[in-house]
Design a protein around this ligand. Structure first.
Ligand SMILES: NC(=O)c1ccc[n+]([C@@H]2O[C@H](COP(=O)([O-])OP(=O)(O)OC[C@H]3O[C@@H](n4cnc5c(N)ncnc54)[C@H](O)[C@@H]3O)[C@@H](O)[C@H]2O)c1
Length: 504
């Protein structure tokens, strides 16, 4: 079996004309395919088409689409009054309510109408494709086609291969995605598929650091933006997507992976969910929001009136990136301890306490600075408990004089950025390891689907594969938590000095 996606008469049915169905129908019609849009709500299909045409016209007005292309897409888009009208479709994509029973019933109705050769796909974000396909007589033509919102702007589509999905179906849907000008990645039928599972790392690790009382919501977000190059921190993102969406998704993934500690949700997240503080849409979530929707951010900068340090002792193996920055801030950096000046250490994976104890350093004067990420933009510092703050404030003032914003967190293994990046990289490696997608597709999907500055495997390469592995090993040793166990994919490449992106 095969389906030639380039055939001129290719007809695609889209069921459900809500936010997603409209977007899917739009990119299909723009791809020059005859598109039949159906919605069960009276007038739903027509409203959907009107909204799409409106969208196309605004693209013409902004000169992002020619008038001819707009007219062609409008002509290719047909509204159906009944499901029966989809009988001639080569492919049907379902985007109705996220409810297993609704989808199962609909799939049976579709099967009774279309030929055996028609591919039937679901845009579900959280239901296993195999459980929808189960109710059908012929399951090998069923797959997932998971688009992202808003579809015309989000280029990624996950083609989900369920237990019974035939290879020709996967190939045809990859070709369909390309004809819709999407970037398709082939993904396993596992909880959260690829992007939503991959997104678990940043969300749950941000929550873990916050829950442990190591850093505030604002601090974590600012570090991820400024030092990590992320467009948004995890808490801003949760407020944007809605706590009513992301908390249940976290639970589904945690349950779906049989309580793997890497996916553990946080009781604080659940607390907001129960309180109805659902994020921007309710005027409050992790942050408060003003009347015009502006975020009320308590800020992440360390406020100090201390004088910059005149002399700083470079601790054992301190990073040259950090030492150079301190020099730029006017400090004289010495390598032999003078017994008085602040001592800077730059651990990977350790907290300041562990460094002091293992290296026999004075915890009152030791200041840990995260050497990873854009330190010159935002430097994260921390001291061991019992420090009097004098050394910390002098180092903060020096970094600040060198032009860096400074965030002072509580003593924390792996600071914030190391921990977050290592967890993102580790989960990416695990996804490649267990075959959810190829290594290349893991990175493609995470950059396109979540706007990450790098894919998880490229992130491990950026930090150093050995260093990423070491960070996880150290955090696991300090916390005793299985959550930080390194993926075997990462471990092998770290030990052999290879790129994390290297396929098996
Ligand atoms: N919104 C997102 O960000 C997003 C992203 C990816 C995937 N999804 C998935 O896409 C699907 C649709 O989501 P949405 O946000 O567009 O929902 P929506 O509520 O905006 O639209 C659903 C539409 O389906 C119609 N409908 C319901 N039952 C129907 C039936 N039996 N036959 C025909 N039409 C029916 C409704 O009238 C409605 O217009 C869900 O499975 C959702 O999980 C959503």
């Amino acid at each position: 079996m095969s389906l030639d996606i380039s055939r001129p008469d290719l007809t695609v049915g889209v069921i459900g004309a809500g936010a997603m169905g409209r977007g899917i129908a739009q990119v299909t019609a723009q791809g020059g395919m005859r598109t039949i849009l159906y919605d069960a709500a009276p007038g739903g299909g027509a409203r959907g088409k009107a909204a799409i045409v409106e969208q196309l016209k605004s693209m013409v007005a902004k000169q992002r689409l020619t008038q001819e292309a707009c007219d062609a897409a409008e002509a290719a888009l047909v509204v159906a009054d009944s499901l029966q009208a989809l009988a001639s479709c080569h492919i049907v994509v379902e985007a109705v309510f996220e409810d297993l029973e609704v989808k199962r019933k609909l799939f049976c109705e579709i099967e009774a109408i279309v030929p055996e050769t028609t591919i039937i796909a679901s845009n579900t974000s959280s239901i296993r494709i195999a459980s929808i396909a189960r109710s059908l007589k012929k399951r090998d033509r069923v797959c997932g086609m998971h688009y992202f919102n808003p579809v015309p702007l989000m280029k990624l589509v996950e083609v989900i291969r369920a237990a019974d999905t035939a290879q020709w179906v996967v190939e045809a849907m990859v070709a369909l995605g390309k004809r819709q000008t999407r970037v398709p990645v082939v993904v396993g039928d596992t909880p959260g598929f690829l992007v939503n599972l991959g997104g678990t790392a940043i969300g749950t690790e941000g929550l873990r650091i916050y829950t442990e009382g190591r850093a505030t919501v604002s601090q974590i977000d600012a570090i991820m933006r400024d030092a990590g190059g992320f467009r948004m921190g995890p808490f801003e993102l949760m407020d944007l997507t809605g706590i009513d969406v992301n908390f249940p998704a976290r639970k589904i993934i945690y349950e779906g992976f049989f309580h793997d500690r890497r996916m553990t949700p946080s009781p604080y997240h659940e607390g907001l969910f129960h309180a109805g503080r659902l994020g921007r849409k309710t005027g409050g979530g992790w942050y408060g929001y003003g009347e015009k929707g502006e975020k009320i951010d308590p800020g992440a900068d360390h406020a100090t009136t201390a004088e910059p340090a005149s002399t700083i002792v470079a601790g054992p193996g301190a990073s040259s990136v950090v030492l150079d920055l301190l020099k730029a801030g006017g400090a004289r950096v010495i390598s032999i301890d003078d017994g008085r000046s602040p001592m800077v250490v730059t651990p990977l994976g350790d907290d300041c306490t562990t460094v002091c104890v293992e290296r026999k350093l004075d915890p009152k004067r030791a200041v840990a600075v995260d050497p990873t990420g854009a330190v010159a933009k935002r430097a994260t510092i921390m001291v061991a408990p019992g420090g009097d703050g004098v050394a910390r404030d002098a180092v903060a003032a020096t970094l600040s004089k060198a032009g860096a914003s400074v965030t002072a967190i509580r003593d924390c293994p792996g600071f914030v950025l190391q921990r977050m990046r290592a967890m993102i990289a580790n989960l990416g490696c695990e996804m490649a390891q267990i075959g959810i997608a190829s290594a290349g597709d893991v990175d493609t999907a995470m950059t396109l689907g979540l706007n990450y500055p790098q894919g998880p495997l490229a992130m491990a390469d950026l930090m150093g594969v050995r260093e990423t592995h070491e960070i996880l090993v150290r955090i696991q040793a300090i916390t005793g938590d299985d959550r930080y166990r390194p993926s075997q994919w990462l471990r092998r490449r770290a030990l052999l000095g290879l790129s994390a992106t290297l396929p098996e």
